[in-house]
Write a protein that binds this ligand. Sequence first.
Ligand code: DQA
Length: 143
Amino acid sequence: MKILVINGPNLNMLGIREPDIYGKNTYGDLCALINDYADKNGVEVKIFQSNHEGDLVDEIQAAYQKFDGIVINPAAYTHTSVAILDAVKSVGIPTVEVHISAVETREDFRQVSYIRQACIKTITGLGFDGYLRAIDVLLENGK
Ligand code: DQA
């Protein structure tokens, strides 16, 4: 199985940004965790991060007929982006939404998720492990 992991704006600042919310581990640590888990589970994984909405859309479009699953943390674009929602709907690839923090317990503006309606599951508040659980969901879904 080939899985594309997409991370939106400011996730490259993990370890530096708001460590009380997102933890002290870095983006490099997150990538290593995902790569290691993918290896152990026989999954081919590509990890992509961008601060730019259109670049995220381009990456999702490029996954068409190339990837079997998408794990996406659109970060702030979760709460604003119809373009990312439409991109996921366009490619028709099973997608899991992940958030490191428990967005449901945070500010009102974080209660809206445009992407959610296109996703087979949403995982929040599990820290970095949420990405691993998302891979589990895609593996289970692909059986
Ligand atoms: C986030 C939650 C979003 O509200 C926020 O804008 C982020 C990260 C999370 O992983 O908890 O940048 O997606």
